[in-house]
Design a protein around this ligand. Sequence first.
Ligand code: SAH
Length: 236
Amino acid sequence: MVFRYRVLIPVLILSFLFTLGLDSHEEEGYLKEAREKMVELIKTRGITDKRVLAAMLKVPRHLFVDRSQWQSAYDDRPLPIGFGQTISQPYIVALMTESLNINMGDRVLEVGTGSGYQCAILAELTDKVYSVEIIEELGRKASMVLKELGYKVRIKIGDGYNGWEEYAPFDAIIVTCAPDHIPTPLIQQLKVGGRMVIPVGPTGLYQTLWLITKEKEDKLVYKNLGDVLFVPLVRR
Ligand code: SAH
């Protein structure tokens, strides 16, 4: 309850001020404050990795959504990004990123670029980020925003079910849309010792978020991270 109010009150103030109209300096200040509150909230929900928290504090999530969504940009919930797709909830972004334990220099593949926000978080942790998006307009827009912010990530338009052979094998793979089974190419493109986080389950229902570690070439270890709700992984 206490946390609800700690989030709700600043959000109400922010909405009110947006309605009145802020100058850009004030607006930046409020957005920064809202971002700090968001990070405090995800800490209380159990995220402890300092590198992940620092990345979440730094990346301006509002720049990955339409301006009409700015007042909700730091709410802990998914937001629409067009084409029936969503930018994931900040807590889930943090949980998935933390589970992958990414170190500088790790080669990371994302399936489902969407807005590019998750890409930016990954790019704060390593200099080798590759992301595949199936909707061309989203991939292009994400590329532009990331470039503008100075992030060097490679984005390709295509079906991420097949991973990205050219840059494989990967130390970590993050899938931000839900298939109904684990794509074999992604397992093949994971290094021994590599980690993959992926929501798996039927379309339109809750999925199970799995952390899969490839302990040996023929040994995968599965950890259930809980129920989640993602848009489906679609095939071409
Ligand atoms: N990580 C994103 C969340 C995007 S939502 C972010 O931070 O904003 C999931 C995305 O997966 C959508 O953009 C959707 O178009 C994309 N997607 C669905 N099926 C896909 C596939 N087979 N290959 C690549 N991307 C896919």
